[in-house]
Design a protein. Structure first.
Length: 193
């Protein structure tokens, strides 16, 4: 059994058999794409240590979001107004997913604590919980993962700091550094070294 199948199986079990507060909200509870585009903001202070690397196939290796190194216990917040569609554990880690009126879902994974509940309406900049030493942020439209750097762009953080719009990449190894350089030079990356 591959890791991807194990993680997918754990997610299905957690949603199917977990407590009521940890189950997904039906998709029809969030308005469809008819809403105007939202102005997303960077939802955390931190350093990108692993960029978006889309897999070649749905079960292939890659990074389906951005991995941030964060100060443990620091806040992360809603990137835009929406409804919490999931808040709870999957595979031994805590996750929060917010569904937005434009059809995007932003997931915050590997958090230390959660301060919101499934079904709760949240406002942009509202604190959702606290981070551990890493925070993974993923963005999806349907089942397609999108590059969060393209969604968040160069908008300012809640504190007014523009630097969050252009995260600084810090390689954890020479191999990761090469991947980050490819990402930047591909025209997809919106970051600076």
């Amino acid at each position: 059994m591959t890791i991807a199948f194990a993680v997918a199986g754990a997610a299905v079990l957690a949603v199917a058999s977990g407590p009521a507060w940890a189950q997904a909200v039906p998709a029809q509870s969030v308005p469809a794409q008819s809403a105007p585009a939202l102005g997303y903001i960077w939802p955390v202070h931190g350093t990108v240590v692993d960029p978006f690397r889309p897999p070649d196939n749905p079960y292939g290796p890659g990074n389906r979001g951005l991995e941030f190194a964060t100060q443990p216990g620091s806040a992360f917040w809603a990137a835009a107004d929406g409804v919490v569609s999931f808040a709870g554990p999957v595979g031994g880690r805590l996750h929060v997913t917010v569904s937005h009126p434009d059809g995007l879902r932003v997931s915050y994974s590997g958090v230390a604590s959660i301060g919101v509940r499934r079904g709760e309406r949240v406002r942009q900049r509202q604190e959702l919980g606290a981070t551990g030493d890493r925070l993974h942020i993923g963005v999806r439209r349907g089942e397609t993962y999108l590059d969060p750097a393209q969604i968040f762009g160069s908008r300012r953080s809640p504190s007014g700091q523009p630097s969050l719009g252009r995260p600084h990449l810090v390689p954890s190894s020479p191999a990761v550094y090469r991947l980050q350089l490819r990402w930047l030079h591909s025209g997809v990356g919106n970051a600076v070294l």
